[in-house]
Design a protein around this ligand. Structure first.
Ligand code: FAQ
Length: 343
């Protein structure tokens, strides 16, 4: 009898394992089919929308990139904010104020677009404020003189547009659509920066020196914005297969150098790179090497302003709690009023 029970028990285990195996295989096949259909859609240049099936890794990559991008826009308000009260004229102050507000708006579009992937805004803020999330290395450099505001518009927004034009064709619909408006605004930002640089380079000797000092300090960090060399980039290859990224880090960086060096020449400013030279054969510029130790150090949180930037963000979030509380209380009151009216 006991032997019969044992045999029956053993058979049950074999049966369960077989069912599990069939189940897993069937699931694998379903997943593979879904992934195939997903990739075909991307290859056919169709957009992936929030409710469409997507591989977990695609979702994770998007949340990572979009939230880092949103954080960069919001932290990016700080270096320029530093000059709002010291802008040289009312006109410059109004322009700078509008630009900084635009950057805040870009952060909001991007947080909203990332939320469509199932991550909450609170989670993203928590990751930024705890130092877990990354944001662009460029915003950890100080703004020391007024020409830095020109250099940020010209070089930092210029680098941002070079990257973001490509993102307008990203495979994820909400990200691609957000980028179209962002790029239009970045284009205005780039021009206002260039105009500041033009005025300063055509101004007094001291003003021209300030403009040169600004390009000396911002040129290399701007090139770092495009990320590591393709050969050292963890995500580029997969992100390009998924058409999240359409162009690699190195290609975009080269595009930026080729577009920007003639602009510096027009200003009469020197790009701080003694290896910079026009290459007839490639019809583009050859140039020196980024200091990757500096890049890694800044990304690791040890740049000149990393700690200050995060503390300012945390303080702003804590200081704004009463506004969030008031907005929630108002929404509750409105909801109750509507419910009372309907009753
Ligand atoms: N700083 O494998 P990859 C702006 C990280 S917006 C810090 O190449 P991926 C507007 C990277 O996240 C500027 N970290 O990564 C404005 C990854 O880390 P993880 C921001 C960096 O994602 C102007 C690791 O290194 N723009 O400026 C940086 O394929 C003026 C390996 O790198 C965007 O975010 C860096 N520079 O390519 C606002 C655009 N570079 O996550 C105010 C969207 C790389 O594995 C004022 N993002 N890392 O821990 C992208 O296009 C991409 O995410 C890249 C990086 C190109 C930034």
């Amino acid at each position: 009898m006991i032997q019969k029970i044992l045999i029956c028990f053993e058979n049950c285990i074999i049966l369960t394992k077989a069912i599990q195996k069939i189940g897993v295989t069937a699931m694998d096949e379903v997943d593979m089919e879904l992934e195939k259909a997903f990739q075909s859609k991307i290859d056919a240049e169709l957009k992936i929308e929030p409710k469409d099936w997507m591989p977990d890794a695609y979702r994770k990559t998007l949340v990572r990139q979009m939230s880092q991008h949103a954080h960069s826009e919001v932290v990016g308000m700080l270096p320029e904010g530093n000059w709002l009260t010291r802008a040289p004229s009312l006109k410059r102050k109004a322009i700078l104020m509008a630009k900084i507000q635009d950057e805040g708006g870009h952060g909001l579009y991007l947080y909203s677009a990332a939320e469509t992937l199932g991550v909450s805004r609170d989670e993203m803020y928590e990751q930024l404020h705890s130092g877990k999330a990354k944001y662009s290395s460029i915003f950890n450099y100080p703004t020391l003189n007024w020409a830095d505001i020109g250099a940020i518009g010209w070089l930092v927004d210029g680098a941002a547009i070079t990257n973001q034009i490509a993102l307008c064709r990203c495979s994820y619909g909400p990200y691609a659509r957000a980028m179209v408006k962002v790029c239009k605004e970045e284009s205005f930002h780039q021009r206002q920066g260039y105009e500041i640089m033009m005025n300063m380079s055509n101004g007094t000797k001291e003003q021209k020196e300030m403009a040169q000092d600004a390009i000396n300090r911002w040129w290399w960090p701007a090139l770092m914005m495009f990320g590591p060399h393709d050969k050292n980039s963890d995500h580029t290859s997969q992100s390009m297969t998924w058409k999240i990224k359409r162009t690699s880090n190195d290609e975009l960086r080269q595009r930026f150098v080729d577009a920007t060096v003639p602009q510096a020449d027009y200003l009469g400013l020197t790009v701080p790179d003694d290896k910079l030279a026009w290459n007839e054969e490639t019809q583009s510029y050859d140039w020196g090497e980024i200091d990757w130790d500096e890049f890694r150090n800044v990304v690791a949180g040890n740049g000149l302003c990393n700690r200050e930037r995060l503390q300012t963000r945390r303080d702003a979030h804590d200081g704004g709690k009463w506004v969030r509380d008031a907005a929630l209380a108002y929404a509750e009151k409105q909801k109750k009023r509507m419910a009372d009216k309907a009753a």
